[in-house]
Structure formats: C-alpha cells, structure tokens
Ligand binder design. Structure first.
Ligand SMILES: Cc1ncc(COP(=O)(O)O)c(C=O)c1O
Length: 386
C-alpha cells in the first residue's frame, strides 16, 4: 500500500523558515515591520491602487469589513448557503440577520437571480463567495447593488489569485474583499487574512477596530524616539491584528504565488485530461478563458445515483484523503432556524451540488504521480458505474 496522500498540506520553504527565525530573534514578534511589508507587497501584487490590511483570519477580516460598513442590528445580509460558517457568523456578530440563498447550478457560486428574490427593505449587503477559487459572476451583482444601494463584501477566502473579466479579485468595484491565509489555502500565514479595499474610510475604520479601537499604530507607538505613550480608544474594538511571525511566512509565500498557481493549474489540467471519461462532472472553469481560477479546491460531482459517502470511504481505503465542500449552512443546527419559512426547492442547486460533491487533493506539494494515484483510484472505484 502506498503512503497516505493527505487532502491538503502547506508548502513551506527555507525562506519562510529563515524569516520566522529572524522574527523570533529580532525582538519584534507581533504586528510590526513584517506585517507592513506583507501589506505593501500584497497591495502591489493586486495593483489598481488598492490598500491591504492584514488580520489574524479571514473571519476577522469579514467581521471588520461589515462593521466598517455600519452593518448592525435590524439589517439583512445576503449570502449563499453553500459556504463555510464564517461567512454567516460575522453577520450575527453584529446583530444583523443572514439571508441564505441558492447557488447557480453550473458555477456553484451565488445565483444573482436568488439574490434579487431575497432583497427586502432591510437588505444592506451581499456577500458573494468565490467557491473553490472561481470568481462569481460579479456584473449582475454589481447591477443589483447599484439599483438597491447595497454594499458588496467579497468572501475571497478561496480566491487568491483569481480574476474576473480580466481584473484581479480584490480590485473590482466591491466595498471590500477578504482573503484567507489559513494553512490549507493557496498561500498561508498559518492563520491569517487580508482585507482589501479602495475605500480609505473603510480601511481607516477597520485598521482602528483591528486593534481595540485604538487610534494609533502599536509599532509606531513603541518605536517612537519621542514620548509616545498617549493614545485614545475611539470605539470598543477587537484583537484581530496579524503578528509579525505570521507575516514572515506570508512575505515568502506571496513571492512564490505565481509559481504555486502554475503548479495548481497543471494539476487541475491533469485531472481534466484524465477524469473526463468517468461518471462525474468536472469543475466549472472561468467564462472568459483568459481569467484566472485560483484552484484552491478541485470539486467533482459524482453522477446522480452514485453513493458519494461510499466513494469517499473507498478513497480512504486507497489511502487517499478527500473532503466535502460544503455542508450547506441551512442544514446546520445554528442556521436552520433562519430558513424554515423557505419553500422546499429554495436550495435546490445547493442540495444537488452538496449531495454529489467530493473535493479531491490538489496542492503544490503534489506531483503528477500523486494526481495519477487519485485518477487511478477513482477509475477503480467508479468502474462499476461506468
Ligand atoms: C468560504 C470561506 N470563508 C471564510 C473562511 C474563513 O477563513 P479563516 O479560517 O481564515 O478565518 C473560510 C475558511 O476556510 C472559507 O472557506
């Protein structure tokens, strides 16, 4: 039996390790020069004059972005049920109400038509999620937002780097975009995230609330050679800053991101070439062929009638890890209650996708030999269904 092929592992190089050691030795562990460097490099990578603000997770970034936009009790925010609980919980943190909608059957991303049907006088914002790293169809969402005066906060946890109609995700006309640097993401800082926006007011508020609502930068405060003990707390804020130790990893991950993307593209292409004759649907690809898919995940949908859970068990018997994205939020005890009044087919595409979905391994530490193992195992397991 070959060794276990995990579902995902991070790709940490010697330069990341040296930079972390430098942080440990230089006396500045928490938010400081390396965070500033990462923010600068990240905004330069995206271009278009956006500002990047590092945080300790995408969850805290989404929370800060919604807070900065003034989302509060009595407001409604529209999001897909087909996402991770973080997208919904940040709405609740602020006392607002999540309004769950269906996805598009072909892209697995939020359906603009469902968004339109969910708008009420209380709606304040839409949170599209770029599932697996494929950009949502943003143009109709921007049209809806303009018509109803809504904010858009993109949950781009899966989508670095990705693009839509030739523009990088993070540089579109949304109010804010939030990326995740969690350990299994396309680049990592162990835990971490980045808020990106071209709205200086939003960035200013999020920056203040990121660190207790304090109106001064801690690094500036401690490094000043003039008396600099004074600060004011403008609002009860949060403790969401990214430590330098994490940014140290991120600085080098970002340098490698184009290379990472090339590897992910190659593996995705290998799967497209070698899984096409099996009883499954391959993942959707960007509409404009030139657009970038981040390939954070490679979600396959088994043909109807095939027992998904049994196939997952068989993959594990072949010593291959895999996962399911996502258990729709409206099926979880925490979120069910928000959806009880919906008609039976409200989440038709979400349920159909979820019940057939398996995310197979795709990450930069894999080579085509590993991908071939996945292909061969799926070939064996699915042979009776062909
Ligand atoms: C769609 C989505 N949004 C948000 C998050 C939260 O990211 P983080 O773990 O960085 O808070 C995740 C995490 O996997 C996610 O998949």
């Amino acid at each position: 039996m070959q060794p276990f092929l995990p579902f995902a592992t991070p790709d940490i190089g010697d330069s990341e390790i040296s930079e972390v050691i430098d942080s440990l030795k230089n006396g500045w562990l928490t938010t400081g020069p390396k965070v500033k460097q990462l923010e600068k490099n990240f905004s330069e990578y995206l271009g278009d004059g956006v500002t990047a603000l590092a945080v300790n997770s995408a969850t805290s970034g989404l929370h800060l972005a919604l807070e900065a936009l003034g989302i509060s009790e009595g407001d409604e925010v529209i999001l897909p049920s087909y996402t991770f609980t973080a997208t919904a919980e940040v709405i609740k943190y602020l006392g607002a109400t999540p309004v769950f909608v269906d996805i598009d059957a072909f892209t697995y991303n939020i359906s603009p038509e469902s968004v339109l049907n969910a708008i009420s006088p209380k709606t304040k914002a839409i949170m599209p999620v770029h599932f697996a790293g494929l950009a949502c169809d943003m143009s109709p969402l921007f049209d809806i937002a303009k018509k109803f005066n809504l904010s858009i906060i993109e949950d781009a946890a899966h989508a670095f780097p990705a693009s839509y109609k030739g523009k990088k995700i993070g540089t579109l006309e949304s109010d804010a975009t939030v990326f995740s640097f969690y350990a299994n993401k396309t680049m990592t800082t162990a835990e971490g995230g980045m808020i990106v926006s071209s709205n200086p007011e939003l960035i200013k508020r999020a920056k203040t609330m990121r660190l207790h609502g304090i109106n001064r930068d801690v690094f500036d405060r401690y490094n000043s050679h003039l008396p600099s003990w004074y600060y004011e707390v403008e609002a009860p804020g949060y403790k969401y800053n990214m430590p330098d130790i994490n940014a140290a990893i991120g600085i080098h991950q970002l340098k490698r991101i184009d290379n990472f993307l090339e590897k992910r593209n190659k593996l995705a292409q290998f799967y497209f070439d070698n899984l096409k004759n099996l009883p499954l649907t391959l993942p959707p690809t960007p509409n404009q062929n030139e657009d970038i898919h981040a390939w954070h995940l490679f979600p396959i949908l088994l043909d109807e009638g095939i027992d998904r859970d049994k196939i997952i068990e068989s993959l594990y018997q072949h010593n291959i890890g895999c996962s399911v994205h996502f258990i729709p939020l409206h099926l979880h005890p925490a979120w069910k209650g928000y959806c009880i009044s919906y008609p039976k087919d409200h989440f038709k595409n979400t349920i159909n996708t979820f019940s057939r979905e398996i995310s197979i391994p795709l990450y930069t530490k894999m080579d085509t030999g590993d991908a071939q193992r996945v292909v061969s195992a799926l070939g064996d397991i699915l042979r009776p269904y062909v």
